[in-house]
Design a protein around this ligand. Structure first.
Ligand code: KIV
Ligand code: ZN
Length: 432
């Protein structure tokens, strides 16, 4: 990531940048196999789950939510398979979700029996709409559900000391919850779990539904961080959804506001408009000179596996991963890219117009950067001939020949490949 070091001083000294910046990557938790899976038309089969789990491990995720075993037999079986077949690397924690209901918590511990380490993620809904319209309970009733759940989680863990337990609590629908009440419930839960006495605890604040602009969400996170008890002993996690299209922005601002950990999914699969896209957020950090602690250099493999497992294709304009995101068709963009690439020397900081990162950092080829259609100009055509055929055109010929290519592209209506460009060039100038 040395290439990006140059961004750092700019960011620190130039006041166009905000005071608050992300200084290091958060702890990541991938919830593809739970939130992602529960939103699919066709939930993943065991082979697909295993393939996605293995990919997540390979990319460097150390915390992976693998399902809701108490609510789904396939999730239970998958959890057992991972444990029984010893498929979880020692430095990876599996996480499982459960509602704060006694029978579900008990079943959750059955699913996790024998795991070396695990995160038990317990939740109940706290928002006004859920309290009033779904549960018909007041604040005390909702707080009691959380406390009773936390107590059972603690007591059952004590019966299985062979596992290293982390406890996680989510006030589900946090974004629709009054902040004083959210803090009240969180304090009640941590009073049971006592992170200050050594028990690892994660408090996860979900934008179950994204309801406001990212700065408002970040203010909520900051307020919780400032007002909860035992803050210094707790890992504050965020779990943003994308209802307003800002899940990544909300997570980023949430980290600036104090969060330590981020839950999300590869390419943002998840309920409704999806979860926070881990690929985008991690690569955003990377593009700012921050090591995301994930290896996303094989983007083609990532999209292939995600597509095969979710049966959802990747949008061609998906940040960092889509087929077209490093491609320029338009003449002025091509010209600028060509000039920047030509001046670049080995080891230079990446500083190429229109390309926020070096495409090769995610395993993309330079061949994809400049593609030709009727929007393209002399720079693009010259670049293709240079790159693929070692033919350097003088400027007057670039202008003249690009008109030939443009005419051909207009009549064909689409893209012109490099072979055709070369053939046109031969027809025009090399044949006697
Ligand atoms: O979106 C959400 O609130 C969830 C919780 C269960 C964490 O998925
Ligand atoms: Zn969710």
């Amino acid at each position: 990531h040395r290439k990006y070091e140059a961004f750092k001083p700019i960011r620190k000294t130039n006041r166009r940048w905000p005071d608050s910046v992300i200084e290091k990557a958060p702890v990541w938790c991938a919830v593809d196999l739970r939130d992602g899976n529960q939103a699919l038309v066709k939930p993943m089969n065991v082979a697909q789950k295993q393939r996605l789990f293995d990919l997540l491990v390979k990319l460097g995720f150390k915390e992976i939510e693998i399902g809701f075993p108490a609510a789904s037999q396939p999730d239970f079986d998958f959890c057992r398979k991972l444990i029984d077949e010893n498929r979880i690397p020692d430095d990876v924690k599996i996480q499982v979700l459960t509602q704060a209901r006694p029978e579900l918590i008990e079943r959750t511990y059955e699913a996790l029996k024998g795991a070396k380490q695990a995160i038990v993620h317990v939740y109940n809904s706290t928002s006004t709409v859920q309290r009033e319209q779904v549960f018909g309970l007041d604040r005390d009733g909702i707080r009691d559900i959380a406390i009773n759940g936390a107590e059972l989680v603690r007591d059952l863990a004590a019966k299985h000391p062979e596992t290293q337990w982390t406890f996680q609590y989510s006030p589900e629908s946090f974004t629709g919850t009054e902040l004083d009440f959210a803090v009240d419930v969180i304090d009640a839960v941590t009073e049971v779990w006592r992170p200050d006495q050594g028990q690892p605890v994660i408090i996860n604040l979900p934008a179950t539904v994204e309801m406001a602009t990212p700065n408002v969400f970040a203010d909520q996170i900051e307020w919780v961080c400032d007002n909860i008890q035992r803050r210094e002993h707790i890992s504050i996690s965020l779990h943003t959804h994308n209802d307003r299209g800002c899940a990544v922005a909300a997570a980023e601002l949430g980290v600036m506001a104090g969060a330590d950990r981020i839950e999300g999914t590869l390419m943002g699969n998840g309920e409704r408009t999806g979860n926070m896209d881990l690929v985008t957020m991690a690569m955003n950090l990377y593009s700012q000179g921050i090591d995301p602690n994930l290896d996303l250099s094989g983007m083609a493999e990532i999209t292939e596996v995600v597509e095969a497992c979710t049966e959802i294709s990747t949008h061609p304009r998906h940040p960092y991963a889509g087929e077209l995101v490093f491609t320029a068709f338009s003449g002025s963009h091509q010209d600028a890219i060509r000039k920047c690439l030509a001046r670049r020397e080995e080891g230079d900081v990446w500083n190429v117009a229109y390309l926020p990162i070096d495409p090769s950092d995610v395993g993309r080829r330079y061949e994809e950067v400049v593609r030709i259609n009727s929007q393209s100009g002399k720079g693009g055509v010259a670049y293709v001939l240079e790159r693929d055929y070692d033919i350097t055109l003088p400027r007057w010929l670039q202008i003249e020949f690009s008109k030939v290519v443009q005419r051909e592209a207009e009549s064909n209506g689409g893209e012109i490949d490099s072979l055709t460009i070369h053939r046109l060039f031969e027809d025009q100038y090399l044949k006697v």
